[in-house]
Design a protein around this ligand. Structure first.
Ligand code: BES
Ligand code: MN
Ligand code: ZN
Length: 499
């Protein structure tokens, strides 16, 4: 894929098509639309007047015209972006992604996108480049025919009068972020016979080598020795050995306060059958995406390695398969986690919290002072929030608020649910310290969170339940259906705002 920034005349870009964000109610009587209207012999004014196109978010209209003089393009795509006052960096991505998918379908190979409105040149370039890449992700990796063979391979971002260096910087940032999101999405899309915990670890290690991250893979023997009885109780029913993937980013020159370390911790269940508390067959196939939290950590660490922020970041993924077997954990088993707490396993399908228990404790042991864990943890969060918002809970309100704010910057919704000692009481066990489920049908998402909370000691902690947001059941104008890569952009912003 080729990226170029231009600061001169938009319509002079050497491309097949021009894509212009158009605000709601905007007329072709002034500014850039007026110029383009003139260029197309009045076609834009006609489209707006005929009420085909009003600049509503998500709407599109294509104008074809003859190339003339310095103008090489023959297509002009109007992309509605809604109210001008609400047009932010994240909306640029939606518009550019919508344009990419629209033009790709029609065989266009190159187009220029106009950065406009109250968004900086570098933010425009970054979000357009990122969406250019993410909008072209498809689920067809394993098709041998009927593959989507079309791709737009060249993007020009134009911000008239901007500094060329700002555009260049934004484009390379967008490329780093978009390709990392697709890296995560590719992992989530992999079938579980291919993406075993071992394969997940191998891919993380290979990526780490390519981008210059330190990577260490803990084996089952090492995890057992560390006392990770909670994580191991999930893995014991699987033929596939569990792996703990540990990725380390260390900046050349750190601006972090001494001893401060942010850790990202992910649930990497490569397939969740439920174990002995077996899930119903219908829809079980969806559980290949149960490693999405871990995939998010890996993709975010990749982006961080490329963007080189000035604080260290630790990435930890517990990669485990949850299977029923002669040796699998039974409901009523009691196990001991790395921090010494005993757990009564009452439902082997509540396995994500069991592996995260040891993963967050390990993160803290590695020196983490802030921990953000992410997981497709509960079906209950889908019922509560659907696919619009990621559930967020935590013990440190400042950290929770910061993640919510980072989400707003990136067009990603995070919605907080409460934690409290009353909720924590509901996972007290009759025979062990805690049990891995709460009362049936009650606050399922919070029960998952208060369980993980038991394994965080002094670190500031936030938990993201991405079960509803990590997978799109239907395509959007700017995104294919399937794995979404949710939270990666917000976490990158979190890291960069912590510098
Ligand atoms: N991976 C699932 C959560 C999930 C369920 C995600 C459905 C997407 C769709 C998790 O391991 C799980 O099975 N959670 C149980 C917990 C329950 C047994 C307390 C759930 O949500 O039903
Ligand atoms: Mn489960
Ligand atoms: Zn699960």
């Amino acid at each position: 894929m080729k990226f170029q920034g231009i600061t001169g005349n938009f319509s002079d870009a050497n491309v097949e098509a021009l894509a212009v964000p158009v605000f709601k109610g905007e007329k072709a009587t002034s500014g850039v639309l007026k110029d383009l209207d003139k260029m197309t012999g009045g076609l834009i004014a006609a489209i707006i007047k005929d009420e085909d196109f009003k600049g509503e978010g998500g709407s599109t209209a294509l104008v074809r015209f003859a190339a003339k003089g310095s103008v090489k393009a023959t297509k002009l795509l109007l992309v509605g972006v809604g109210d001008e006052k609400d047009y932010k960096a994240a909306n640029v991505g939606v518009a550019a992604g919508t344009a990419t998918r629209y033009l790709r379908k029609r065989g266009v190979r190159s187009f220029a996108f106009l950065g406009r409105g109250d968004v900086s040149a570098s933010d425009s370039a970054q979000n357009a480049a990122c969406a250019f890449i993410t909008s072209q992700f498809e689920l067809d990796k394993y098709k041998t025919k009927d593959k989507n063979s079309k791709s737009v391979d060249s993007l020009v971002v134009c911000v008239e009068g901007a500094k060329a260096a700002d555009l260049k910087n934004g484009l390379s940032r967008g490329e780093a972020i978009g390709s990392s999101m697709n890296f995560t999405r590719d992992l989530a899309n992999e079938p579980p016979n291919i993406l075993t915990p071992t394969e997940m670890a191998n891919r993380a290690a290979k990526m780490a080598k390519e981008v210059g991250l330190k990577c260490e893979i803990l084996t089952e023997a090492q995890m057992t020795k560390l006392g990770m009885g909670s994580l191991m109780s999930v893995s014991i029913g699987s033929e596939q050995p569990a792996k703990m993937i540990v990725l380390r980013y260390t900046p050349a020159k750190s601006t972090a306060k001494k001893g401060e370390l942010l850790a990202l911790v992910g649930k990497g269940i490569t397939f969740d059958t439920g174990g002995i508390s077996l899930k119903p067959g219908e829809g079980m196939d969806a559980m290949k995406y149960d490693m999405s939290g871990g995939g998010t950590v890996i993709g975010t660490m990749r982006a961080i390695a490329l963007l080189k922020p000035s604080i260290p970041v630790l990435g930890i993924v517990a990669a485990v398969e949850n299977m029923p077997d002669g040796r699998a954990s039974r409901p009523s088993d009691v196990v001991t986690a790395m921090n010494g707490k005993t757990i009564e396993i009452l439902n082997t399908d509540a396995e994500g919290r069991l592996i995260l228990a040891d993963a967050v404790a390990y993160a803290e042991k590695q020196g983490a002072t802030r921990i953000v864990d992410m997981a497709t943890l509960t079906g209950a969060v889908i019922i509560a929030l659907g696919d619009q918002n990621t559930g967020i809970m935590g013990t440190d309100q400042e950290l929770v608020d910061e993640i919510i704010a980072c989400g707003k910057e990136n067009g990603e919704g995070f919605w907080q649910l409460p934690l409290s000692p009353e909720y924590s009481k509901q996972i007290r066990s009759d025979i062990a310290d805690i049990k891995n489920i709460g009362p049936r049908g009650k606050a399922g998402t919070i029960m998952g969170a208060v369980f993980i909370q038991e394994f965080v000691d002094k670190a500031k902690w936030a938990h993201l339940d991405i079960a509803g947001t990590a997978w799109l059941d239907s395509a959007k104008p700017h995104m294919a259906k399937g794995p979404s890569g949710v939270a990666i952009r917000s976490l990158i912003t979190l890291v960069e705002r912590s510098q």
